[in-house]
Design a protein around this ligand. Structure first.
Ligand code: FES
Length: 155
């Protein structure tokens, strides 16, 4: 994390003194963009840098599903399983992906390339069921669209 301090200092200058805890989330985003996940040493260093309690960093990581504590594959497949997506077949989407990829939610394929996960609402309920791969949305998913997506993922 130390090589990010100059960026963090620039962010810090935009916040009034005494509001360092507001920097936890943007700093965690930057750390994860850099490393791919948030390591124990990142939490310790960020806590020391911002002068906040360790629990303030850990609770942000625990609350937001986008933060990861361990490495994942280069393709992160996340299936929404909230109400709208569930009503439009999210469980079938998850089952289909599990079978085709040979993993359960939270696991990474044997080649280390694809990680499957589930999330709560992705904010695209009108196009449920929704799957997000890295930052891209795949909407109105059905078996045919899933199979096409899996082929893309395997390239
Ligand atoms: S419930 Fe799936 S996007 Fe909202």
């Amino acid at each position: 994390m130390k090589h990010l301090i100059a960026e963090f200092d620039a962010m810090k200058r935009r916040y009034p003194p005494g509001t360092e805890s507001s920097l936890v989330t943007p700093c965690l985003h930057r750390i994860q963009d850099d490393r791919g996940f948030i390591a124990d040493e990142d939490i310790a260093e960020l806590t020391a840098y911002l002068g906040v309690q360790r629990v303030q960093v850990e609770e942000v990581i625990a609350h937001y599903s986008m933060f990861r504590r361990k490495p994942i594959g280069e393709k992160h497949v996340q299936v929404c399983r909230n109400v709208s997506c569930s009503m439009r077949g999210a469980e079938g989407v998850i089952d289909h992906l599990c079978k085709r990829l040979g993993v359960q939610p939270g696991q990474t394929t044997a080649d280390g390339r694809i990680t499957l996960g589930t999330v709560e609402c992705l904010g695209s309920c009108g196009t449920a069921p929704v799957v997000m791969v890295n930052e891209a949305y795949h909407e109105n998913m059905d078996a045919a669209r899933l199979d096409a997506l899996i082929e893309e993922l395997r390239k």
